[in-house]
Design a protein around this ligand. Structure first.
Ligand code: AGP
Length: 613
């Protein structure tokens, strides 16, 4: 969740760092700070609150110089405050650190350091890092070696960046485990460090992704990388294709609204190069799926968190229906402690927009430990999930900045649909006619999504009516049951309204007692195999005075005659219907939150990537 930006070169680091941190705001944070080396000393400015507080502080008390490092902090140890904000300085005032992650053994380390007479100025685990570095420097080690000793001593997952006034020609950084990325941007006679690409994209497209247990020594014109135990590493240089604008809002008020509308492009891009419509074949080369592997798979666990898990629930139905392979969806935070039944014929398929979600990564590692084949569907290029997978499908949607996931929900629905077809094709369980029909349906999707988005003005009107509700239910069945969960999550996480997704068939077993005039019910009732059941669900809700807002297929007069409000979607092949039924719910949540004047892109307490347990 925290953001890191570093710069080393001939220019003043302060504006570069502040602008870079601004582009990382979406990651969610509650304090911010920066440090620069000015002549022979380190200057630090930091404060609780958002970046504008820090910018005001810098205006009042300017600091210039280079190199420099900056940080936005999402509090884990120690409340959000100036004294707990990063960067943290050591006792000597000559070394400074910024850090993502949690030093899991910080209490032992802190007690050892206090016993040596070190005085801690904050409640953070991070401060132990800089005192440990100084502890090793005191016996004659330079910054790099002192940092290495420290990195090998701390436990947990980290992204760490250090600099010293005594060695102002370098910045030392490291990535340990999965606490968000460490990206090195390569400039001309200057170099950059960031926890995520958007922070440095305006300066360079050439980047190196630090891998776990690697450290880097960066000067203004060299980058030296090695493992924590000293093995030199020749890094791969990636060229990032997205432009800086795509990480900006464009003509939309919020990133979330922009990304909802980008779904036509995102789905077109996730299909790009993967569907041969003339031969009705699917190609997913990064998955490295061979007929031999396809034939021996006996079980697939889909593991993910939040919205990504709901995408996996749709994927389960698609893979079981098309490829006839048993699939179980287990949320990341449960999978890692469930002692799952796994063997070499098991696949663990992780779905993750950021590719850095701690619970999902831990689930992948649990699967790896037990001998499973590890696949992932990931959006962030170079992320840990992508790196630790045996094969992956990139969502290819471009950066998703809004904390509430939208295009990174619909893209994996299509990716899993393609995976199911490929798996069935390689297992020889899909006849030509069925395959041709399923592949042909993919061609329809971008236009169906575009038509659904065109109903935004009607949805805005419904949002105006519902903007002050306090509670509501979302009901769905079959392949659209996960859309009930996802629709409810979208509303609750950005509008703070209590919204509950529920299997429609379960209502009569208790929750129907909730229904009265005060409880709006969203019924997802497109023309799919569960349509008839949903119609009777709507009738049951109406019979108890409930206010029903139905998601219905254009022209469905039966549902129109029953529901109080209708959000129309175009007629869509049922296996792809969740791609369109979710869109009115995304737009409704967005407009209700916007009408409530809330921070849609950075809802309270949330972060774009939950890189801690
Ligand atoms: C969804 O809107 C939320 N932001 C959250 O549930 C998110 O989907 C979840 O934290 C998983 O994130 P990931 O896809 O980056 O792993």
């Amino acid at each position: 969740m925290c953001g890191i930006v570093g710069y080393i070169g001939p220019r003043d680091a302060t504006p570069i760092i502040l602008n870079g941190l601004k582009r990382l705001e979406y990651r969610g944070y509650d304090s911010a700070g920066l440090a620069v080396i000015n002549g022979n000393k380190i200057e630090v400015r930091r404060d609780a609150g958002k970046l504008n507080s820090l910018t005001e502080l810098v205006k009042k008390s300017p600091l210039t110089g280079a190199p420099g490092i900056g940080h936005t902090r999402w509090a884990t140890h120690g409340e959000p405050s100036g004294r707990n904000a990063h960067p943290h300085m050591g006792a000597s005032g000559r070394v400074v650190v910024v850090h993502n992650g949690i030093v899991e053994n910080f209490l032992d380390l802190k007690n050892e350091l206090i016993a040596e007479g070190i005085e801690f100025k904050s409640d953070t685990d991070t401060e132990t890092i800089v005192h440990l570095v100084e502890h090793h420097q005191a016996v004659g080690l330079d910054l790099t070696e002192a940092a290495r000793q420290t990195f090998n001593k701390i436990q947990g997952a980290h992204g760490i960046v250090l600099m010293s006034a005594d060695e102002p020609d370098k910045i030392v950084c490291a990535r340990i485990g999965n606490a968000g990325g460490v990206v090195i941007g390569l400039g001309k006679d200057e170099n950059y460090i960031a926890s995520d690409i958007p922070a440095i994209l305006e300066h360079t497209r050439d980047v190196i992704f630090l891998e776990s247990h690697q450290l880097a020594v960066i000067t203004r014109n060299t980058v030296h990388i090695e493992t924590l135990d000293g093995q030199a590493v020749t890094p791969e240089i990636h060229s990032i294709s997205w432009d800086a604008v795509s990480a900006e809002k464009g003509e939309y008020r919020h990133f979330m609204q922009k990304e909802i509308h980008e779904q036509v492009r995102a789905i077109t891009d996730t299909l790009a190069g993967r569907v041969d419509f003339s031969k009705s074949r699917i190609r997913l080369p990064e998955l490295k799926l061979t007929p031999e592997i396809a034939k021996r798979i006996q079980r697939i666990y889909i593991t993910a968190c939040g919205t990504a898990a709901y995408a996996g629930m749709v994927g389960k139905i698609l893979i079981e229906k098309i490829a006839r392979v048993p699939v179980e969806v287990v949320i990341g935070s449960e999978f890692r402690y469930s002692d799952p039944i796994v063997d070499e014929n098991t696949v663990v398929l992780a779905i993750s927009q950021s590719g850095e979600t701690a619970d999902t990564l831990a689930a992948m590692e649990e699967g790896r430990k037990k001998g499973a084949l590890i696949w992932s569907i990931v959006n962030a290029i170079g992320s840990e999930a992508m790196r630790i997978s045996d094969g992956y499908i990139s969502m290819q949607t471009g950066p998703e900045i809004g904390v509430a996931s939208t295009k990174a929900f619909t893209a994996p629905l299509v990716d899993q649909y393609m995976l199911a077809i490929l798996l069935a094709d390689l297992r020889g369980t899909l006849d030509d006619e069925a395959r041709k029909s399923l592949v042909a349906d993919l061609r329809l999707i971008p236009d169906l999504v575009s038509r659904t988005l065109n109903s935004e003005p009607e949805i805005e009107k419904v949002a105006l009516v519902l903007k002050d509700i306090q509670h509501c239910l979302y009901l769905g069945r079959g392949i659209n049951m996960p859309i009930a969960y996802e629709g409810a999550l979208k509303l609750k996480e950005i509008s703070y309204i209590h919204a509950e997704g529920y299997p429609a068939g379960e209502m009569k077993h208790g929750p129907i007692a909730l229904i009265d005039e005060e409880m709006p019910i969203f019924c997802i009732a497109p023309k799919d195999p569960w349509h008839e059941k949903m119609v009777s669900q709507i009738q049951q809700a109406k019979a108890r005075g409930g206010q029903v807002i139905a998601i219905a297929t254009e022209g469905d007069e039966l549902v129109q005659g029953l529901a109080d409000q209708i959000l129309w979607v175009p007629d869509t092949p049922w296996m792809l219907s969740p791609v369109v039924t979710v869109i009115p719910l995304q737009l409704l949540a967005y407009h209700i939150a916007a009408l409530r004047g809330l921070d849609v892109d950075q809802p309270r307490n949330l972060a774009k990537s939950v890189t801690v347990e």
